[in-house]
Design a binder for this molecule. Structure first.
Ligand code: PLP
Length: 392
């Protein structure tokens, strides 16, 4: 299929090139502490039939992808939870079963292939933890050199995971936003492909595959999708998948998407509810580290999509996230990290406004084992070890 980039702000089109990240004209006005302007989306011309393969719907040929099985994650049908809550068509799309245990593999996979196609062997990025460990793992499979900028407070499991895969890990004395700026500065000086979320158009494009898979599994689009949101890149990816399906005439409408944020990191929620749609840069803090961002990098674009397609933004408190994580583990056997459980906490908060027979997909985006320190807050501490079963 014929492909091109289209700027989500001005509508100008460009050729797909490895050194083109954001719209050259719109990004001239980019301020350092605001969301990205001039985010590019891949546009397709041609025809796709309902029995398409996911690869048919991606802008890089099969031979450039690394040999690591990304995507095709399971769609759970939680029987007990369905009857307990009364939602007969509730599903979980569990992306913790990706090779590096998070949703981020969808983006890393396409970025890796795109870099390979253009003979680029170094990839640089900033991450709260998952994007880094993901790019490290996918890069290991492809044989690429990966350099990661991580905030010093990143959960140890994610950091060590990235080191295990052989990536160069640089800890930043600051938060994710600072790591983002450092990584941009580094790749400008040292070269390599930058995989920063939303900045590299292949991140949104790779993430869209989740919607294509859900469509293939259900045979239609769901009515509602719940997704946790930090930078708003997964959100945009989810929309992109359904937009592509709509354009090809395979679905009739875009699902209602609920973007769920933590109350402690709710920049998109505040912008969504403000009159001018402006993002205010305030320091954030949440136990859901994967969605802890001061400035959502894909904020403007995410906001535009939500407004255009009737999406919603809701927030949940950290205590509700911890509780939702434990409830989900106990009622379904699906143990997801706090950012993954945030989408479920959002569903629990919003469910009274949803029809009971609606088809609802809640996305769980990362594995619970990635941050056991937070997971331990949801369970009782164990008593002292026993010496006899009479002590139980
Ligand atoms: C990155 C991430 C998110 C949020 O994605 P954004 O594109 O930043 O909104 C949610 N959950 C997990 C587990 C993640 O790693």
């Amino acid at each position: 299929m014929k492909t091109q980039y289209r700027c989500t702000d001005c509508g100008l089109t460009f050729k797909l090139e490895p050194n083109l990240m954001v719209c050259p004209s719109c990004s001239k006005g980019q301020k350092p502490d605001e969301p990205l302007v001039g985010v590019l989306e891949v546009e397709y011309e041609g025809k796709i039939e309902a029995d398409f393969q996911i690869i048919d719907f991606l802008p890089v040929e099969k031979e450039f992808f690394p040999p690591i099985p990304v995507g095709n994650t399971p769609l759970w049908e939680p029987k007990n939870l369905r009857s307990q809550l009364g939602f007969s068509n509730l599903y979980f799309k569990d992306d913790s079963s990706n090779p590096t245990s998070s949703f981020k593999d969808r983006a890393s996979y396409l970025v890796s292939a795109f870099a390979k196609k253009h003979g680029i062997n170094e990839i640089v990025l900033a991450s709260t933890g998952n994007a880094g460990s993901s790019m490290a793992g996918i890069g290991a499979a492809q044989g690429q050199d990966i350099t990661i900028f991580l905030p010093k407070a990143a959960p140890p499991a994610k950091l060590i995971q990235a080191q295990q895969y052989g990536a160069k890990v640089i800890l930043v004395d600051g938060n994710y936003d600072r790591a983002f700026d450092f990584s941009l500065a580094y790749s400008k000086v040292k070269g390599g492909m930058n995989r920063n979320t939303a900045y590299n158009p292949m991140t949104i494009e790779g993430k869209k595959t989740v919607s294509l898979e859900v469509f293939k599994d259900l045979g239609c689009a769901p009515d509602y999708v719940f997704v946790s949101t930090g930078d708003g890149c997964i959100l945009a990816g989810v929309y992109k998948g359904y937009k592509d399906l709509l354009k090809m005439g395979l679905i009739e409408s875009i699902p209602i998407i609920y973007s769920v944020q933590s109350e402690g990191s709710d920049a998109l929620y505040r912008a969504f509810n403000s009159k001018d749609g402006k993002f205010v840069n305030t320091p954030t803090a949440t136990i859901a580290d994967s969605i802890c961002v001061d400035v959502p990098r894909n904020g403007y674009h995410a906001l535009k999509q939500l407004k255009e397609f009737g999406g919603k933004v809701i927030t949940v408190a950290d205590v509700d996230i911890i509780k939702a994580q434990k409830d989900l583990s106990t009622s379904t056997g699906l143990f997801t990290e706090p950012a993954g459980a945030t989408a479920y906490a959002g569903f629990l908060k919003a469910m009274n406004e949803l029809p009971k027979d609606a088809t609802i997909v809640v996305m769980t985006t990362g594995n619970g084992l990635k941050d056991v320190a937070t997971a331990s807050k949801g369970v009782d501490p164990l008593p002292t070890p026993i010496n006899s079963i009479n002590e139980i």
